[in-house]
Design a protein around this ligand. Structure first.
Ligand SMILES: Nc1ncnc2c1ncn2[C@@H]1O[C@H](COP(=O)(O)OP(=O)(O)O)[C@@H](O)[C@H]1O
Ligand SMILES: [Mg+2]
Length: 286
């Protein structure tokens, strides 16, 4: 089998659950390890495009990829280098992406459209010339509502992670997201749910706050204890890192990267020739 980059999709049917944060930090850590990452911004709010410092006037965007043929808009033409970041690439979005929902609905197969385009399925391209061979990981950042864009993002995945705020809103988002994944699983038979990542968990000293503890307990009941991954702590360092376009470790807070490194370790076996570059993730048992 020829290596093809796997696709990771953080999912969550509510805003503010950490989808874009998990996407961004996972990509930045991999890029720093020397692994090329292709981001795909599938949210018309275009937070990921903005966080990467790419102008929303860039063309083509994901809209053209989803609504025009490969002959008219080849995949490579929509892949933009992220300025100042070696190994990071992006298919950007802007608010016009919303209109892709109509085209996807009309296609009647939203779940397959992005996957087909990314992996150049049914295109006249030799296996060893496929664009996905060049990347260690593709990360798709979906919108927060149950739309055709969310479906096409979900269907493009080899693996999903569900970030969910460590509070009642997060638990509700997790419940709805899990139902969506289950209702689509027959159409994405190879998709794997890696787990739930509690987001903005609040700790006071050695103990979680009551809200955080209760939310994480309920998450364990919903998906099983072994599927609740290490949490992302509530921290201004994360917000600053996002704004400054860097990693928490560059603010001397590498411990805050632990949950993302844990996630990377879970997908390591899928990274083919790039896996050896993640051999030495500090603090994570192989
Ligand atoms: N560790 C953190 N602690 C507190 N706030 C955070 C943290 N990480 C990210 N944020 C902020 O949380 C907000 C929502 O996160 P985001 O990843 O955009 O959610 P989503 O993509 O699910 O809508 C963002 O404004 C981000 O700056
Ligand atoms: Mg987002």
């Amino acid at each position: 089998m020829v290596y093809e980059s796997p696709t990771l999709v953080p999912l969550g049917l509510a805003g503010g659950q950490g989808k874009t944060t998990v996407a961004l930090m996972t990509g930045r850590i991999l890029a720093k390890l020397g692994i090329p990452v292709l981001f795909i911004d599938a949210d018309p709010q275009a937070s990921l495009t903005a966080f990467l410092g790419i102008e929303t006037t860039e063309r083509p965007t994901l809209l053209e990829v989803l609504t025009r043929s490969a002959a008219k808009v080849p995949l490579y033409s929509a892949i933009h280098e992220v300025p100042g970041c070696e190994n990071l690439f992006l298919i950007p979005a802007n608010d016009e992406l919303e209109s892709a929902n109509h085209a996807l609905a009309a296609s009647g197969m939203s779940i397959n459209v992005l996957r087909k385009r990314l992996y150049q399925i049914d295109e006249d391209v030799a296996e060893n010339e496929k664009i996905v061979r060049n990347f260690g990981l593709i990360i798709v950042d979906p919108p927060p509502e149950r739309s055709h864009l969310a479906l096409t993002a979900l269907g493009s995945a080899d693996c999903w992670v569900i970030p969910a705020e460590a509070n009642i809103k997060g638990v509700k988002s997790l419940q709805r997201t899990k139902e969506l994944v289950e209702s689509c699983s027959a159409m994405v038979p190879n998709g794997e749910l890696l787990g739930v990542m509690p987001f903005r968990a609040k700790w006071v000293g050695l103990n979680p706050t009551a809200t955080t503890r209760e939310a994480i307990e309920v998450m364990k009941v919903i998906v099983g204890t072994d599927k609740v991954l290490p949490h992302i702590l509530e921290s201004d360092v994360y917000k600053k890192a996002i704004n400054d376009q860097i990693l928490p470790s560059e603010l001397n807070k590498s411990d805050l990267e632990y949950p993302i490194k844990f996630l990377i370790n879970l997908i390591k076996k899928r990274l083919g020739p790039f896996a050896e570059k993640v051999a030495d993730l500090e603090g994570i048992a192989a």
